[in-house]
Design a protein around this ligand. Structure first.
Ligand code: NDP
Ligand code: MG
Length: 286
């Protein structure tokens, strides 16, 4: 990697946040400067003691005022409703990983983009609710948005094979989720536990349910539309249960370029952190 990177993680206690910390542990030159958690304050405390970041934010208004980190002299516990914004706009932060779930991640991701940061974006819901505004803001602030969602990371990587004007269409892959082979009668009897038990990916609860209903792919079509400036008729979806091909780009000449790797979120997270470089890390190989 050409330069060291200081990273703030919004939602470090979640599935993406924890995978991101594994990536950072394994790559020299990546450093944690900010962490945030909502309800899992014991885990947040543990992470703070391991990484000794510059900033830590507990976001739940019911518990944040009593959250303290005694003994961590270098770490500032930011409080108040604008604490995440203060953290992500700090001059000490190079990359912000947006990994809060749902619309709750909007304000802090917005602040990072307005401040011209490199934003590693897992929180697709922010693009679903405000994609046109966020991409315009990034253009004016000079912020770089690098997708972390595996399909969009694949598209981002495959697009490097040509020019944006040469893209005919993109194809997002979908595993089909745990209920892919059920008929509509069988679907009437599925349980929440079955829906949360995804055959391929281990993820937070919201996205697991969205994957079981296929709603996740709808959100991803909207996400792709804004990230890559495509028309809706240029975005297709194909079911690919093995989840090895993470998505494909078809160019005007008929060439189709895909990105492949075992299904593991650490690779797209790592790529967003090390971009434009590629380094060895902890990701399993094909
Ligand atoms: P998790 O539910 O595992 O983690 C969510 C994170 O957000 C946790 O750190 C949680 O804190 C925090 N959080 C929850 N509510 C709030 C709130 N109101 N305000 C501030 N922080 C909050 O989700 P995932 O890691 O699975 O997903 C994160 C994002 O990444 C989502 O947008 C998802 O769509 C996207 N994504 C996830 C993938 C995956 O493999 N998991 C794949 C592709 C995209 P705490 O746990 O302390 O309560
Ligand atoms: Mg995805």
């Amino acid at each position: 990697m050409r330069s060291n990177k200081n990273i703030a993680i919004l939602g470090s206690t979640g599935s993406i946040g924890r995978s991101a910390l594994d990536v950072i542990r394994s790559i020299e030159g990546l450093k944690v400067v900010g962490l945030s958690g909502h309800s899992q304050l014991d885990l947040l405390t543990k992470q703070a003691h391991e990484f000794e970041p510059r900033f830590v934010v507990a976001t739940n208004p019911e518990t944040r005022d009593s959250f303290k980190l005694p003994g961590l002299k270098q770490t500032e516990v930011l409080s108040g409703s604008d604490a995440l914004e203060v953290m992500v706009t700090s001059g000490e932060v190079d990359i912000v990983l947006a990994a809060i779930v749902g619309q709750a991640g909007l304000d802090s991701t917005w602040a990072a983009i307005a401040a011209g940061k490199t934003v590693a974006l897992a929180n697709k819901e922010t693009l679903v609710v405000a994609g046109n505004l966020m991409t315009e803001l990034a253009k004016s602030s000079g912020a770089t948005i690098i997708p972390v969602d595996s399909e969009h990371s694949a598209i981002f990587q495959a697009l490097a094979a040509g020019n944006a004007t040469e893209v005919r269409r993109i194809v997002l892959t979908a595993s089909g989720g745990p209920f892919r082979d059920l008929n509509s009668d069988q679907l009437k009897h599925v349980t929440v536990e079955q829906a949360l038990n995804h055959p391929i990916w281990e993820m937070g609860q919201k996205i697991s349910i969205d994957s079981a209903t296929m709603m996740n792919k709808s959100l991803e079509i909207i996400e792709a539309r804004w990230l890559f400036g495509l028309r809706h008729d240029q975005i297709d979806v194909v079911i690919h249960p093995q989840s090895i091909v993470h998505s494909l780009v078809e160019f005007q000449d008929g060439s189709v370029i895909a990105q492949l790797s075992p299904p593991n979120m650490k690779l797209p997270i790592q790529y967003a952190f090390t971009y434009p470089d590629r380094v060895a890390g902890v990701c399993p190989r094909l």
